[in-house]
Design a protein around this ligand. Sequence first.
Ligand code: G3H
Ligand code: 13P
Ligand code: ZN
Length: 307
Amino acid sequence: MALTTNLELQREAQRGKYAVGAFNTSNLEITQAILEAAVECRSPVIVATSQSAIEYAGIQVLSDLIRTLARPLAIPVSLHLDHGTDYDIIVGCLRHGWTSVMIDGSHAPLEENIAMTSEIVKMAHAVGVSVEAELGRLIGIEDHISVQVDQAHLTEPEEAVRFVSETACDALAVAIGTSHGAYKFKGKPQLDFDRLKAIVQKVQTPLVLHGASSVKGEMVERGAKYGAKLSGAAGVPEEHIRKAVSLGITKVNIDTDLRLTFTTETRKFLQEHPEIFDPRKILAASRQAMKEVVKEKIELLGSAGRA
Ligand code: G3H
Ligand code: 13P
Ligand code: ZN
């Protein structure tokens, strides 16, 4: 099946009241894990590449790899640029078969964010590629100064209305208290669901939740058992993800949970099989574990059986 766009997938998810998982990849094994899980669950899926993944693997290689693996599948797959900030990389993705790009102007003042998003939207729409933008900022616990300052970084519903109407973006990433990485909360995990409700009421554009890895306690403990140092790691509890989806989020971004799984299972395999030095055997173990995690996420988001 030809690749589809995030917009197609998120419009369908809005109708069906579920969310599509966007999983970050930078290599063969992660991509296989994502796509095999989606096929087994008969789920639409978004394969996401960050700019640093593109710099790591090469744009032509990632494009060929992901599109070659996705093309024969009977499920809808979108190839998405995550957190695009570099004009040349965004244009490169448009030229190399990405079907969706994110322009992340969230660090810029509002007017500047609107201007740069509008420019990318104009260019991407001309070649049939959908565009995600971000308003508000995701900040981690290391950035936190006080609760009042935190609030200032979250998405303002009224600004979101103006932003989507002036930019014509196809999806909007909102900041409601999540952050990237493995250290999201110091105390009780808290998301601003009232804010999300207000945004959903005012904005018809499909919404995206970044920083949505759960970093489960058992995952952290398992990592620690095999030597990983992850003290204080904490993510977004699954019931919060479920609630965000029930309120109207239609794309959920996951990277950290796959990274943690990869690292833990690789450590475990090496510790348990010190005689093995074939990279394929080592990587197959973590690939299988990542595939199971993607399947769990697909069930959590309600996208299983929707393809
Ligand atoms: O949102 C960020 C993603 O987790 C990608 O991170 O730039 O290290 O590939 P990365
Ligand atoms: P996590 O770090 O929570 O997996 O978030 C990933 C993400 O938002 C990618 O854009
Ligand atoms: Zn993100």
